[in-house]
Write a protein that binds this ligand. Structure first.
Ligand code: SAM
Ligand code: SF4
Length: 331
């Protein structure tokens, strides 16, 4: 069984935002006061509802699930959900995107319930700057979370850094050195015109090819491209020869890789979003609460996939992009 969209792409990956809340307030992602402070509990999918929807996707052929948010580790007992998802035979890859503030205390239980790899967001290695970008984040806790994930055996542990001109771009080289020291994968991400800063963040946009040039100047001939573009989605991958470190450069804006897009997103309120950069979406929460059967749910999903757009228009059309909450879409 496989889900094929109208542009002949196989959809085998779903990202699930388990909450739009977060204990951090990265200035490009969330407003200082957060989103939906008055949102009631009932608006959000329960873990059982998430598991039911993900289960339907898995039966249709999805094999990869990433839990994200907001910050997934601020939702209580996340391992109740990972435990349920871990029961699905067709699910081959269960991963998590986190700011790692609470990872230290949850890494072992996550691993034991099937989360074998993790992506951590960390935009600076300077405590004061980290605190400023995240509006209150604690770098020491994040570094402890990364170490714990490595210790319990999660692999790979990837660290994502959104590169912002005049803000943290001075750390491209020092972050690379840190990745070499830790032997982990560091991914440099281009800013995208979504989230709390909207298009204003694009004033700080630092192009993927310029990031690559900086890394290349820094490590020299040791930087070896390791995967073809087509296989890598919106990323290019490099190995730093003679080390365990890898570098990824994610250029979702300056070069889009929509032709190899394999994913959809489920928001915490149960809306299936078909593209990070376009509005097309379908509400799954209300029909399941109205009592549709599993077969009807699967038929709804397949119908929704027919609406998946061919591509986003971040690069051409930045000023026409509607405001989109990154915490709902989950990155
Ligand atoms: N809280 C978790 C975290 O920070 O990893 C998961 C959710 S967060 C929305 C997912 C990813 O989106 C993070 O790596 C974050 O840096 C990235 N992100 C948020 N807004 C962005 C933007 N405007 N451009 C590029 N990346 C962005
Ligand atoms: Fe929270 Fe992640 Fe957004 Fe930062 S990027 S505010 S950690 S959801």
């Amino acid at each position: 069984m496989a889900i094929i969209d109208p542009f002949n792409r196989t959809i085998d990956y779903i990202r699930v935002s388990v909450t739009d809340r977060c204990n951090y307030r990265c200035d490009y992602c969330m407003p200082e006061q957060g989103y939906h402070p008055d949102g009631t509990h009932k608006e959000y999918l329960s873990y059982e509802e998430i598991a039911r929807i993900v289960g339907a996707f898995v039966e249709l052929g999805v094999s990869k699930v990433r839990l994200t948010g907001g910050e997934p580790l601020v939702r209580k007992q996340l391992t109740n959900l990972t435990g349920m998802l871990n029961e699905f035979e067709g699910l081959k890859d269960l991963s998590l995107s986190t700011n790692a503030h609470h990872l230290d205390k949850h890494a072992q239980e996550l691993f034991d319930t099937g989360v074998r790899r993790v992506n951590v967001s960390m935009d600076s290695l300077q405590p004061k700057k980290f605190e400023r970008i995240t509006r209150g984040g604690d770098l020491a806790k994040v570094l402890a979370g990364i170490d714990k994930a490595i210790e319990v055996g999660m692999t790979p542990v990837k660290v994502n850094m959104v590169v912002m001109k005049g803000n943290n771009d001075d750390e491209i080289e020092s972050m690379t050195d840190w990745a070499i020291e830790k032997g982990i994968e560091l991914r440099f991400i281009e800013t995208m015109p979504i989230g709390a800063s909207g298009i204003a963040i694009m004033d700080q946009h630092y192009k993927a090819e310029d990031i690559l040039q900086r890394v290349s100047n820094h490590v020299g001939a040791r930087l070896i491209e390791s995967e073809s573009k087509a296989a890598a989605g919106p990323a290019r991958h490099y190995q730093i020869e003679g080390t365990d470190a890898k570098i990824g450069i994610i250029s979702a804006v300056s070069q889009h890789f929509c032709e190899s897009c394999n994913r959809v997103r489920l928001t915490a309120r149960g809306v299936l979003a078909l593209c990070l950069g376009q509005e097309d979406s379908v509400n799954l929460r209300d029909p399941i609460r109205a009592g549709i059967s599993d077969d009807e749910l699967k038929a709804m999903i397949l119908k929704a996939i027919e609406k998946k757009p061919e591509r986003h228009f971040f690069n051409e059309n930045v000023h026409n992009i509607q405001f989109r909450e990154m915490v709902s879409l989950g990155g």
